[in-house]
Design a protein. Structure first.
Length: 275
């Protein structure tokens, strides 16, 4: 995602939740593999802080002698040409119906003007990616996020309840979860239209449904999401899987996301997406 250099990523506010859980360990783990810890109800224990490569981790800015900041195509320390960039992965973008291609292209061209994240709004789903921290107890989980535009949270019931009928449309929608074996499946609906599915103008409608699947394997977890919006997408979009790693590094108190760049934009040009 294109991000102004001075837009500060706000970290998730600390959530004081204490969970006392009896843990059991999977008896069917492969020999030599680290067993998956379980809660007293038998479900895998997802509690913890998970490193997932979100935020600014992919950006490695260099400060020049004149005080300028370089993100892409920077000269090597000591002089010499910029270090070559590796071949980027294939674009991970949804496929739109032909009649909406022009709208996506226009939003992408004017991303600096139109991207809600650059105004400190929630990224929405699935753009926000995997959670940075999970707090779990029998019947529900809380997902906490440290994202470029702020700190966000979701509460996901897993006690069999249905989607709420009285919930207002929102940036992160109305989520319910259930277990398919050891995989947590989260189904989210009732979104507003003020978010993008991913970078570069990938808009959606209120008919969007996002399904996430999280599976723990030892100290790693796989996150896969599928976005389905039959009004505008030619087919459901399965987001490239992400791997999360359990970490002892705790989230920190955030600073506010304050937009300071847009009023100084001279034209609509912007950097290539460094991701």
């Amino acid at each position: 995602m294109t991000r102004p250099v001075t837009v500060r990523s706000a970290v998730i506010a600390a959530l004081a939740v204490t969970l006392c859980s009896s843990l059991t360990y999977g008896a069917n783990a492969e020999p030599g593999a680290k067993a998956v810890p379980r809660l007293a109800d038998g479900h895998p224990d997802f509690n913890g802080t998970w490193e997932n490569g979100s935020g600014y981790d992919f950006v490695q800015p260099q400060k020049g002698a004149d005080g300028s900041i370089c993100i892409l195509g920077c000269a090597r320390p000591g002089g010499g040409p910029p270090a070559p960039r590796g071949a980027p992965p294939p674009p991970d973008r949804p496929v739109y119906k032909p009649e909406f291609a022009a709208k996506v292209k226009d939003l992408e061209k004017r991303q600096v003007e139109t991207d809600p994240v650059l105004r400190c709004k929630s990224p929405g789903l699935p753009r926000i990616g995997p959670p940075d921290k999970i707090v779990q107890r029998p019947g529900e989980l809380a997902f906490l996020y440290d994202d470029v535009s702020g700190s966000f949270w979701r509460v996901i019931p897993t006690d069999g309840r249905k989607h709420r009928k009285d919930a207002d449309e929102s940036y992160l929608g109305d989520a319910i979860g259930h277990w398919e074996g050891d995989t947590l499946v989260v189904e989210t609906v009732n979104f507003n239209e003020d978010t993008w599915l991913t970078d570069d103008g990938a808009f959606h409608t209120r008919d969007l449904k996002v399904t996430e699947r999280l599976t723990r394997n030892g100290d790693t977890m796989t996150w896969v999401a599928t976005a389905d919006d039959p009004k505008v997408l030619a087919e459901p979009w399965k987001v490239r899987p992400r791997t999360m790693k359990l970490t002892a590094v705790e989230l920190q108190e955030p600073v506010p996301c304050v937009e300071q760049d847009l009023s100084h934009v001279v034209d609509g040009t912007h950097h290539d997406n460094p991701r």
